[in-house]
Design a protein around this ligand. Structure first.
Ligand SMILES: NC(=O)c1ccc[n+]([C@@H]2O[C@H](COP(=O)([O-])OP(=O)(O)OC[C@H]3O[C@@H](n4cnc5c(N)ncnc54)[C@H](O)[C@@H]3O)[C@@H](O)[C@H]2O)c1
Length: 336
């Protein structure tokens, strides 16, 4: 039986707790939050012991796995505290908010006997798995370019009521680090790390609400001249993400949970993979459950969990390069 604890009892913690209900051999033994109201809500729903301090919880409970669902700036210090005690960590994205944090986490993960997994659950979407296999099979020829557009709704209240979102030192950035990092991760998951990045950012309609960008656009250049155009903005609705890959003999178009493949003769196939999310916003998708299940399967069988920190390095470095390029107005060369 794996003894599990969740730190951070806000929005995403419910998705983790619900997913754990269907993972065999797990028991949520404790929750931790500095906000008593949020902590008590989770305790009422799922049981377990409550703590207001992670250090206290790690000291008093014999935990096998810690789920980190706190604001971005706390991910790394909390993961370090757990890994040092050989507690396995499943951490929400982003993996870090600075290069220093990323490197510190990497060395702590290498030194620890425990596993570290990062929640980039969209890698588990059926549509993404299918798209990846089509692209990698080469049946549509070489990839010649791609475009990725993320326009999710994040209004003033989303930021002002959270106590951390919109603040550079706590969130690490704006819409890129919080929402569209999933789609940037998809680009690097499919194509690897780009060689160069040029980007521009702006704050069009959340001036005075968030410190950083509400809009960003970037060009990701690959050694073989393939390009990814990436654009994201805080929008009026959670519109479906568009990710379209153009190949020499066709294209693969992911839109929301649908996948359309167009072939050289202009015929196409279309599949809607939509599953209803019962535990969170539809735009988060339903794949947390699959990722969390696999994390525990890997613990059980002592196999490597695929969404390692290393596997997120290309998207992390790309994100940092986008920010760097937007700030300096220069093209950034990546060395991942
Ligand atoms: N993978 C996804 O699709 C997805 C979706 C939503 C959120 N997230 C990520 O999940 C994380 C949390 O986001 P959220 O929307 O649930 O935020 P939230 O603000 O709703 O919840 C964060 C919780 O952490 C608590 N907290 C803050 N400081 C703490 C501390 N020192 N010790 C213990 N608890 C503390 C807060 O009181 C709050 O309850 C973020 O990293 C976010 O990016 C991921």
């Amino acid at each position: 039986m794996f003894k599990t604890a969740i730190v951070g009892c806000g929005a995403i913690s419910k998705t983790h707790a619900e997913a754990l209900k269907s993972v065999k051999n797990t028991e949520i033994t404790a929750f931790c939050d500095t906000n008593t109201e949020k902590l008590n809500k989770r305790l009422e729903e799922y049981g377990g012991k409550g703590y207001s301090s992670l250090e206290d919880m790690l000291e008093k409970e014999q935990i096998d796995v810690l789920h980190i669902c706190t604001p971005h700036y706390l991910h790394v210090p909390m993961a370090l505290a757990a890994l040092k005690k050989n507690v396995n960590v499943l951490m929400e994205k982003p993996p870090a908010i600075s290069h220093e944090q990323f490197d510190e986490l990497k060395s702590a993960a290498n030194d620890s006997g425990a596993k570290l997994g990062i929640c980039f659950q969209n890698r588990y979407n059926d549509s993404v798995i299918k798209a990846k296999s089509i692209i990698e099979s080469g049946s549509l020829g070489k990839v010649i370019g791609a475009r990725a557009i993320v326009t999710w709704s994040r209004n003033e209240a989303y930021y002002t009521t959270s106590g951390w979102r919109g603040e550079l030192i706590k969130e690490g950035g704006g819409v890129l680090i919080n929402q569209s990092i999933h789609t940037l991760d998809l680009a690097t998951y499919l194509f690897g790390a780009p060689k160069e990045i040029s980007a521009m950012s702006a704050n069009y309609h959340l001036q005075g609400v968030i410190d950083e960008e509400d809009t960003i656009s970037a060009y990701l250049r690959y050694p073989d001249k393939n390009l990814v155009f990436f654009a994201t903005t805080a929008f009026c609705k959670d519109a479906p993400i568009l990710f379209e890959v153009m190949c020499e003999q066709g294209s693969v178009r992911l839109e929301g949970n649908t996948l359309k493949t167009t072939y050289a003769d202009n015929t196409s196939s279309f599949t809607d993979y939509t599953e209803r999310s019962e535990t969170g916003k539809a735009c988060w998708g339903t794949s947390h459950k699959k990722l969390i299940q696999e994390f525990y399967d890997c613990l059980e069988t002592n196999k490597p969990f695929p969404v390692t920190l290393e596997s997120t390095q290309p998207s992390f470095e790309s994100m940092m390069a986008i920010y760097d390029s937007a700030k300096t107005n220069k093209t950034i060369t990546l060395g991942v």
